[in-house]
Ligand binder design. Structure first.
Ligand code: SAH
Ligand code: DHB
Ligand code: MG
Length: 221
């Protein structure tokens, strides 16, 4: 089975079950036009995030890694009118593009994009007494995944769903001698997940428009 087939099936399914509205399409297009890396979740994956947050009944969402706000828009659409999403982004340019995209999508009122290293923003949020969050999406620098998981647990309550993107990376996580900091971070993440009694965890391996990767899903018990 080839990557072209995965992408073609993805395109076929998107048209049928998850067609993008103008706001989502322009979020992708404006992000590309601004020169942001085209590494946002795929359309089907974005809709999966929205459905998971909706199933969870999420009112408070935390996202680590905003980029141009594509996943942010999907997640914000799962919120009730009085819901709130905080998204953390280190790159001011990314945050600026995201804010424009979020405004066009009509979700600015429920979304706060915080600029800074996520680790610093998380510490700041803790000082402010933020949380607990019902849904936490971890999708920033992969070497920091272990720390982000620790923070996610701290900001959780029983029932919180933690989702981590890019945990398979074409199978690269199989290599215990990998020197790639992203792989080292992700393998360390799985060590933590496997040893963590507060979490029930599984992984969805994914193929499609973004190739072969996966999401870790962990529910706080
Ligand atoms: N969630 C987005 C994609 C995020 S890409 C989507 O699917 O639409 C990863 C983002 O994390 C990039 O925008 C990158 O600038 C940001 N990032 C990288 N290191 C970071 C850090 N230390 N703190 C916060 N954000 C970081
Ligand atoms: C990369 C980061 C992502 O969050 C993603 O979904 C795909 C790729 C990257 O840094 O290469
Ligand atoms: Mg990602």
């Amino acid at each position: 089975m080839s990557e072209e087939t995965w992408a073609a099936v993805d395109a076929y399914l998107v048209e049928l079950v998850a067609p993008e509205d103008p706001a989502l399409r322009s979020a992708r297009e404006e992000s590309d036009a601004a020169g942001l890396p085209s590494i946002q979740v795929s359309t089907l994956q974005g809709k999966l995030l929205m459905l998971l947050a909706r199933i969870r009944g999420a009112r408070q969402i935390l996202e680590i890694g905003t980029l141009g706000g594509y996943s942010t828009i999907w997640l914000a659409r799962a919120l009730p009118v009085d819901g709130k999403l905080i998204s953390l982004e280190v790159d001011p340019r990314h945050a600026e593009v995201a804010r424009e995209n979020l405004a066009r999508a009509g979700v600015s009122a429920s979304v706060e994009v915080r600029v800074g290293r996520a680790i610093d923003s998380l510490r700041q949020l803790a000082e402010e007494g933020a949380g607990p969050f019902d849904f936490i999406f971890i999708d920033a620098d992969k070497p920091s995944n272990p720390e982000y998981l620790e923070w996610a647990i701290r900001f959780s309550r029983p029932g919180t769903l933690i989702v981590v993107d890019n945990v398979v990376r074409t199978g690269a996580i199989l290599d215990p001698s990998s020197q790639d900091p992203a792989i080292v971070g992700t393998r360390r993440l799985f060590d933590l997940l496997s040893a963590e009694p507060r979490l029930e965890t599984t992984v969805i391996q994914t193929v499609g428009a973004k190739g072969y990767d996966g999401f870790a899903l962990a529910v706080v018990v």
